[in-house]
Design a protein around this ligand. Sequence first.
Ligand code: ZN
Length: 129
Amino acid sequence: MIFIYAILLGLIPASIAYKKGYPSKNEGYNFFVWWIFGASLFIVALPWAILLKSKKGELETSRASEGMKKCPECAELVKKEARICRFCGYEFYPKPKTIDQEIEELDRQKKEVNEKLKEHEDDLNEEII
Ligand SMILES: [Zn+2]
């Protein structure tokens, strides 16, 4: 019974450390190290896990200083020069439109508005009839 409690208790510091980014990709064994550590020395492991500095934040800030920027849409780090986020397709600097494109866009919007107006007119006519 105590053994089971130890396993469950060990999960607590292990998951805290995990959330802080500790078992990173090249440290896959770390979760189990934490788990065993937590199970055998819970009293020590728990405060230790809580006091751990989040690695994730450190990684992000260090990468941000190496010419990376954070995507406002998906919060992934992409290169500073990137126009479009490689994760979600967010456009950092939408391409400037030419006047022709601008006119085309306005024409399209005008058409849409006219179509909607017509729909409403039809509805109104039907109601009157
Ligand atoms: Zn993105």
